[in-house]
Design a protein around this ligand. Structure first.
Ligand code: KIV
Length: 273
């Protein structure tokens, strides 16, 4: 048995038990080195389809494929041993029928070894959520701003500005919880609405741009590390990765041009036998 088999990983029931208790800490990860650094500090690591935008340079998550999610899920699972790892189901992989969703979600579970999947949950989702859950696939839902619907919504603006949309968001969260989701991401809503959703469901809510009135928080890691100049209003930058990378690249370029790198310290020297 390898050492990593001894590490006790966070489980779905443990996450569910945090409803109304200690806030759930969640960040996204897409690669092995980042997951290794985050693992100690997170209850839950999300391999989000935001990978399309923050790693692959796409303008939305719509172009992300199942194969991309599996590849990034595998990388994260190699080094995340403590946090519960959830992999996003990409656009087009789960919406048309519970059977398609099961076929694709079971592939994600089997090929990555992750513990759960996430789906963006409109009114169509309840049947799929119970179909997956009953067959052994824990589901985290995602309501409010659903980025995979960007082409219907016309952008990534916060949601719930009218009573009708706010009511729909609460109804989607309730339906997702009743269908068996173990947690629900609530994205881009006001504090009032986040509070309503959190009170309306018995499962933990995990907010992103959804105020403190949630049972946990998630941020897109490259955003919170400060890799990008522009980020949405709700992102607090906990680091300055952009500045660090730019400064390091500039110094490296200067030293290469000046032939001061590599100096003797970074050069192999073999004594002849
Ligand atoms: O893809 C992602 O990173 C997400 C978060 C925004 C919750 O779904």
């Amino acid at each position: 048995m390898s050492a990593q088999n001894h590490v006790r990983r966070m489980t779905v029931p443990q996450i569910m038990a945090r409803k109304g208790g200690e806030p759930i800490v969640c960040l996204t990860a897409y690669d092995a080195p980042t997951a290794a650094l985050l693992d100690e500090h997170c209850d839950l690591i999300l391999v989000g389809d935001s990978v399309g935008m923050v790693v692959h340079g796409l303008t939305s998550t719509v172009g992300v494929t199942l194969d991309m999610m599996i590849l990034h899920g595998q990388a994260v699972m190699r080094t995340a041993h403590k946090a519960l790892v959830v992999v996003d189901m990409p656009f087009g992989s789960y919406e048309d029928s519970p059977i398609t969703a099961f076929k694709n979600a079971s592939r994600v579970m089997m090929e990555t070894g992750c513990q759960a999947v996430k789906i963006e949950s409109g009114s169509y989702a309840a049947e799929t959520i119970s179909y997956l859950t009953e067959r052994g696939i824990p589901v985290m839902s995602h309501v409010g701003l659903r980025p995979q619907s960007v082409n219907v919504l016309g952008g990534f603006r916060a949601r719930g500005r009218t009573q009708k949309v706010a009511d729909e968001i609460v109804a989607n969260a309730i339906a997702a919880a009743k269908a068996g989701s173990f947690a629900v991401v609530v994205e881009g809503v006001s504090e009032d609405l986040a509070d309503k959703v959190t009170k309306a469901v018995t499962i933990p809510t995990i907010g992103i741009g959804a105020s403190r009135m949630c049972d946990g928080q998630v941020l897109v890691t490259p955003d919170m590390l400060g890799l990008f100049e522009w980020t949405p209003k709700f992102v607090k930058k906990y680091g300055n990765m952009k500045g660090l990378i730019e400064a390091a690249a500039q110094k490296y370029a200067q030293e290469v041009k000046a032939r001061s790198f590599p100096s003797g310290e970074f050069t192999y020297k073999f004594s002849k036998k």
